[in-house]
Design a protein around this ligand. Sequence first.
Ligand code: HEC
Length: 396
Amino acid sequence: MTAYIIDWLNLVLRWVHLITGIAWIGASFYFVWLDNSLEEPSDDNKQKGFGGQLSSIHAGGFYEVAKYKLAPPFMPAHLHWFKWEAYSTWISGFLLLSLMFYVGAESYLIDPTKLALSPWAAVAISLGTLGGGWIVYDLLCKSPLAKQPVALAVLLLIFVAAVAWGLNQIFSARAAYLHVGALIGTCMAANVFFVIMPGQRALVSAVEQGQAPDPKYAIASKIRSVHNNYLTLPVLFLMISNHYPMTYGHAQSWAVLMAILLIGAWTRHFFNLKHKGVIKPGILVSAALATIALAWTIAPPLATPAAGSAGGVNVTTEQAFAIVQQRCSTCHSATPSDDVFKVAPSGVVLDSVPQMEQWAPRILARSVTSHDMPFMNKTAMTDAERAQLGSWINQR
Ligand code: HEC
């Protein structure tokens, strides 16, 4: 029953996290587009103090938007803020992370083949990574280095790579990836909470008091906004990364993560330029080529039928089924006997030969070409058994 309730909590939190995340990143995309697409204001608008304007059409309505060069002469009665998109994404994400990796620490977070952590120790490391990571990032952004954005970006990339590598030494591979995503998401949300919002509040109170706003807020916010903008695509990948064991399960998973992060940021760069009217298709083409090159580089060795056929011996369906029964059916069954997974994960039931045949391509992908299944090798499957399953699938 608890497993059932946890599954529902998981569903609801994931759903909410997706909705809020779309609202946040959607608003971010919109305002980056808006800011970069502004045109020279009309004379009329110039006189009113506008620095840019644009017209658009959406869902049967025409919109006129104008941006003040500095600030409005007086505070409008209703000023719309965009902050709860960020906060609610972080809150729902943190609750989902807690449910998956803290409540489920023994199944998802701790990998005893790497480090036999107690659940509390694992949770402490996780929280320490999120809090400590933000402190390091924040200090770096406040350091004199912030005046050299490229040097800062390079240093931050090295920091992310180190975190990705370090976490993979301690946690399960999928938890390591998710934690890098959670750390990036935490920094993005904390940027809004601790830097961008205070800056906006200072701006508003300056306008209310008829004073010129202190430029220090604008300067501090600028670099954080740029980081948030370039991190949107990478953080989205990290959110879905757990479905792709070829990435997090790779021996050099940290390098794969960094490659995808760079490809994502590079792709975002294309759109940032495009909004300004600079169209460089070469960026998208090179991002696509880099993705293909990455896929090619990390491809598992082609399973030749001979290689896995245990010395040329044919593997019979009965033998293959016996392996699946022993190593997979504790979880992948209509009546699982596993202590944690009480419902066949992802609906994959392997109780009969036809079911095994139905799932053969995924069995190959998850337990032969990658060693991602059995989950954390809980049922201690041997390499010889993987090879035998591979031969059986390739012989069919
Ligand atoms: C300890 C429990 C456990 C065992 C044992 C286990 N799995 Fe899984 N399996 C999971 C979980 C949890 C998921 C869902 C998460 C995921 O997809 O990574 C899953 C998902 C899957 C999926 C569906 C996702 C997809 O890629 O299509 C396949 C296929 C799969 N497992 C194959 C296997 C095979 C083959 C074995 C035995 C060699 C096995 N599993 C053993 C827990 C287990």
